[in-house]
Design a protein around this ligand. Structure first.
Ligand code: HSE
Length: 314
């Protein structure tokens, strides 16, 4: 058993892909790419922030960093004092603002780091409530915290109800991400959506989102192209993402089991048999290039471990 005072904590938080096509604002899947956040107590008063990895220069290096802001909210809610001196290190593996839950990693990481550093005994539900309140929606923070495929909804009272899906071990598609080299703000990607939809379109998505969950639980990937269909958000968003329809078509033609916008985009997620993953990625890059968009491919997979906290004792 470890002993000594906790001097620091390291939290590893996975990227997440929300919506999966039909499950707009309710489905999220953790992916095997992580951001790592370290908080350590310092004798120097104030906050010192160091960030490493792609996109590091785009993030603030002071207490306005989202992970620090999330930590401050934790101390406020807990009625605990903030540490006088705090050193923060972040190692980025998740592309920024691409629809892969990078802000959720900072929010979840900041809360969990602060909780571990202060020794507070917060339940997962409590962490999820605060993380969802900061993030504004639970569909990224829930899988980032819990791992795997998670269904989350906000109840009328505002409380978040999140349930991980017991995914069958036979359900193991490769996840191929085409990450365009431009950013899209979630607020801009929501501004183009219709305020009301038809009953037929609502039924279309409800059925497919439910089918996605049932298929994952049953270990079936054969119906993913049906499950990932959508009539609520992707068509409207295509005006913000050049070549989106042809990227979807190219992924399917190269053998993708299903393809969808990752979260609010602009990243595109294809689920594929591992043997087809390479060809699917190349087809998506070519289709984006034909539309004048340069994109990187990331090959990854669903991840069933959620955020993991390691303590560093003196
Ligand atoms: N589900 C949200 C949306 C974003 O599609 O706008 C979650 O990343």
């Amino acid at each position: 058993m470890s002993s000594g005072a906790v001097r620091g904590v390291r939290v590893e938080v996975p990227a997440t892909t929300a919506n999966l096509g039909a499950g707009f604002d309710v489905l999220g899947l953790a992916l095997d790419i992580t951001n790592v956040l370290e908080f350590s107590l310092s004798d120097t008063p104030g906050v010192e922030v160091h960030i490493h990895g792609p996109g590091a220069d785009r993030l603030p290096r002071d207490s306005s960093h989202l992970a620090v802001q999330a930590a401050w909210r934790f101390y406020e809610e807990s009625g605990l004092p903030r540490p006088e001196g705090l050193k923060v290190r972040q190692r980025l593996g998740v592309p920024l603002a691409g629809g892969l839950g990078s802000s959720a990693t900072a929010v979840v990481g900041g809360i969990l780091a602060a909780a571990a550093l202060s020794g507070a005994d917060w339940s997962m539900e409590h962490v999820l409530e605060l993380a969802s309140a900061i993030e504004g929606h639970p569909d990224n923070v829930a899988p980032a915290l819990l791992g795997g495929l998670v269904v989350s909804v906000r109840e009328e009272s505002g409380k978040v109800c999140a349930v991980p899906v017991p995914v069958n071990e036979a359900w193991s598609p490769a996840a191929v991400l085409a990450v365009p080299d431009f950013q899209l703000k979630t607020s801009d990607a929501r501004a183009v959506l219709r305020p009301a939809v038809t009953l037929a379109d609502a039924v279309y998505n409800v059925g497919r989102a439910a089918l996605f969950v049932a298929a994952a639980a049953a270990g079936r990937t054969d119906c993913l192209s049906v499950c990932m269909g959508d009539r609520l958000h992707q068509a409207e968003r295509s005006c913000l993402i050049p070549g989106l329809a042809s990227v979807f078509a190219a992924a399917r033609a190269a053998g993708a089991l299903g393809v969808a916008l990752s979260g609010a985009g602009p990243t595109v997620l294809a689920l594929a048999e591992p043997a087809d993953a390479e060809a699917v990625g190349q087809a998506m890059v070519r289709a984006f290039a034909d539309a004048g968009v340069s994109a990187n491919i990331i090959h990854t997979a669903p991840r069933y471990d959620g955020a993991t906290v390691y303590t560093i004792r003196s």
